[in-house]
Design a protein around this ligand. Sequence first.
Ligand SMILES: Nc1ncnc2c1ncn2[C@@H]1O[C@H](COP(=O)(O)OP(=O)(O)OP(=O)(O)O)[C@@H](O)[C@H]1O
Ligand SMILES: [Mg+2]
Length: 261
Amino acid sequence: MNAKMISESDLAIELKGVRKSFAPGTETLKGLDLKIQKGKVTVIIGFSGAGKSVMLKHILGLLHPDHGAVTVFGKDISHLNEHGLNELRKRFGMLFQSAALFDDMTAIENVSFPILEFKRDLDKNQVLGVAREKLEVVGLGVEHHQKFPSELSGGMRKRVGLARALALEPDILLYDEPTTGLDPIMSEMVDNLILETHKHREGLTTVIISHDLPAAFRLGDNIAMLDSGKIRLFGPPEEFFKSQDPFIQKFVSKVKESKRQ
Ligand SMILES: Nc1ncnc2c1ncn2[C@@H]1O[C@H](COP(=O)(O)OP(=O)(O)OP(=O)(O)O)[C@@H](O)[C@H]1O
Ligand SMILES: [Mg+2]
């Protein structure tokens, strides 16, 4: 589908002319426009310092634009109060780079945590039931459920982190650098897990911030290239390969190089 033909109701997230400055005279986001479609995998790429994490914080309502608007499922989130923002964040699952597990909780306790917090009508057995099911979805064997993060491998910790991100049945799953710092085999495992998780949940919107260009091109239905606080190019991988923009071509040539290796 042509990016310009996407209708409002197909959108999970929209940023319109978002500007953000942290210090006078410098702008981090310089009028950023982005449409993230429901049910698709969108990968955000860009050099370090381009503004990817700042953009992510705007989507979660942790930062507010100086100008412009952020809309999630058709709702402008800038006017939400704390309660509204909490309701909004329940629709998001977030997997951080380090998996960010609680070290003093077992795998299953980590996954139970958001359920206990947000689904107060469930009793303890029901909570454990949901947590077990999520751990099953991400392929963590029952023999590991009672282990603490320090007793799990890096890949297993990622699985627990992902199970916790899935705990509240989110509509949007956000990954910030899911494979940075992992070896190639582990990276491939995490990438496959992301894709399987996406396919497993009908209608799930997946947003990945990534430095890993070959993976971005493999996973993304759409790719958004962020450069100096703006979107330089947005579209399916083919559009990047077709682009005549020297800046984009430089990026794409790196992907081609790594394929040959
Ligand atoms: N809270 C803040 N206060 C001041 N400056 C900030 C703040 N957050 C981000 N910045 C600045 O905004 C710019 C973009 O930062 P951001 O973290 O979004 O980059 P990034 O694209 O995520 O980079 P990386 O790939 O290294 O994670 C940087 O110059 C950073 O110093
Ligand atoms: Mg970042």
